[in-house]
Design a protein around this ligand. Structure first.
Ligand code: GLY
Length: 552
């Protein structure tokens, strides 16, 4: 009898091991925007933490070591595939209670320059700490305090400033000195010099309150008081009540089938998940038979044509789903996409003004990808919007506030800083989340993680993500090739402008110009990608950034 029980127990354990995702992926991998976040994520995984634990620790480290975009004063999206199930933690910022539709318009109804981009009026209520708290409550396995410790240490004892960070701080301070905007960024960051230790004692104290009190260490008590007092002193509108009321949300990820993969991606208030599925599916519908040459004229043109249609829909239908009913199903319906793609010609540009929404009958942000040894994945994109956000540091709390309010549509048809337009779906309302392009995405096959991808870059995020998927799937590239191949982006407006990376062949550039496009050579994005090829992991961070990817 005892032997029978023992046998049954062994059988149970063997079955659990066999069906546990651990049996699919012995290796783990991280692809992160800097070495501090990369080393921290690896250390957490090696301590036995899961991908979500590693992501939480990395998010807080990035708030210290990547001030351009890492944050506790901003927001983001964390896409999770864990124990075979998807989850999406929406920690996007919200408009404060006193926000209103016309808050960035002058007496004549014109948009006031820079008001939603720099300074005290540019910020939404931060969501990052609440997002990490919710992710930890639902999926974490290590102690919250353990996950905060690396960030506390780096803020308190300092970290060595990468020359690329020092250069971007210097450029930012010089550029902002020429603008008549009131920000205090230089008071905090002018001392961050290349290869020198930089300490942030106020930020360390804030992180300690978060470590010791959890979510309340930011949204209530001393930190909330410091933020609200600072806001009041400088004419801002975020209050203690706004902070206390902030809630991160768990939403159902968007799932779509494409070429035998299940694409698990970001739902509204991201516009990106719907956009990349529209892009991938319309590409298949519009391209000539067979495989087009990577980054050839026809390839770039067809994808730009698809982009026109994707961005026309984005401007009209996408917004915070808690305030505006986003027609998700209709936008991804096969008939709809096939109708939409049917007007694409392989040799001619369609007229921008005729592309309407179809249903009527130093941008910054940062991304990281983690895959643990059990096969659980996190794709996390987080932002304070532009590089260094609003440029405003909360005095006494030591962190940069976002300028995410610019992602709302300040006035119908008027472009935001990314050239995106919008209308009713994305107008400002109190407590509403501004539309985002952040698109953390995971590709699954037989419910196993095959790819984890994402990028910063405002509206160009969507192009970086769908092109990374095409690079991996259609062109069978390694992770390094995926992230470092030249990319391109078109988004309806400005008219027929294609932005592209250095490296697109000169003959392709010329041929596109001949077709009528204007080519704008400007880098965008900073991809961090993990690929699982037949159980062997491959990870890469884009060479242009200061990222670090590892498989171990
Ligand atoms: N702030 C950039 C985005 O969310 O799209």
């Amino acid at each position: 009898m005892a032997n029978l029980v023992k046998y049954a127990a062994h059988l149970l354990i063997a079955t659990a091991i066999f069906f546990h995702p651990a049996s699919f992926a012995k290796q783990a991998a991280v692809a992160m925007p800097d070495s501090y976040s990369s080393d921290t994520a690896r250390a957490i995984l090696e301590q036995g933490g899961n991908a979500v634990d590693a992501a939480i620790a990395a998010q807080f480290v990035l708030a210290v070591t990547l001030p351009e975009a890492g944050n506790i004063g901003g927001g983001g999206f964390m896409l999770i595939q864990k124990d075979g199930k998807g989850d999406f933690i929406d920690y996007r910022e919200t408009a404060p209670t006193a926000a209103h539709r016309d808050m960035y318009l002058d007496d004549k109804g014109d948009v006031i320059d820079n008001m939603s981009v720099y300074g005290i009026h540019a910020s939404g209520v931060p969501g990052s700490v609440a997002g990490m708290w919710l992710a930890h409550q639902k999926h974490g396995s290590l102690e919250w305090k353990t996950l905060l410790e690396p960030a506390v240490k780096l803020a308190e004892q300092g970290f060595i400033v990468h020359p690329k960070l020092a250069a971007s701080i210097e450029r930012y301070i010089t550029r902002m000195a020429k603008k008549s905007v009131n920000i205090n960024f230089a008071d905090y960051f002018a001392d961050a010099k290349a290869n020198k230790v930089f300490k942030q004692p106020e930020l360390a104290a804030t992180l300690k309150r978060i470590r010791d009190q959890g979510k309340a260490g930011f949204y209530e008590g001393e930190t909330a008081k410091i933020i609200a007092t600072f806001m009041k002193q400088h004419g801002g509108i975020i209050t203690e009540q706004d902070l206390k009321a902030y809630q991160a949300k768990s939403r159902t990820p968007i799932k779509g089938n494409w070429r035998g993969y299940e694409v698990l991606t970001s739902p509204p208030p991201s516009s990106g998940g719907i956009a990349i599925l529209q892009w991938l599916k319309m590409y298949d519908l519009a391209k000539p038979k067979g495989t087009l040459e990577h980054n050839s004229t026809t390839y770039v043109h067809i994808l730009a044509e698809v982009g026109k249609r994707v961005f026309a829909d984005r401007a009209e239908y996408l917004g915070d789903p808690d305030f505006y009913e986003v027609p998700k199903t209709a936008l991804l319906a096969d008939d709809y996409l096939s109708n939409r793609a049917s007007t694409i010609r392989p040799d001619a540009i369609s007229t921008t003004e005729n592309i309407k929404p179809g249903l009527h009958e130093s941008e910054q942000t940062t991304h990281f990808s983690i895959l643990d040894k059990w096969g659980n994945a996190v794709a996390n994109t987080t932002t304070i919007n532009l590089s260094f956000g609003s440029g405003v540091v909360v005095s006494g709390a030591g962190f940069i506030l976002n300028d995410e309010m610019d992602d709302f549509s300040a006035k119908p048809g008027v472009m935001n800083v990314f050239g995106a337009i919008g209308g009713k779906a994305n107008e400002i309302q109190p407590h509403k989340r501004m539309l985002s392009s952040m698109t953390p995405t995971i590709l699954l096959q037989d419910n196993k993680v095959k790819m984890v991808t994402g990028s910063p870059g405002g509206t160009t995020i969507i192009s970086s993500v769908y092109e990374s998927i095409l690079n991996a799937v259609e062109f069978d590239m390694t992770a390094e090739q995926v992230v470092d191949s030249p990319r391109f982006h078109h988004q309806l407006w400005p008219k027929n402008v294609i932005r592209y990376h250095t490296g697109l062949e000169p003959k392709v550039v010329k041929a596109l110009e001949k077709m009528g496009y204007t080519l704008d050579e400007r880098h965008f994005g900073d991809m961090h990608v993990i690929i699982n090829k037949d159980g062997k992991l491959d990870a890469a961070s884009e060479a242009s950034g200061r990222g670090k990817a590892m498989v171990f």
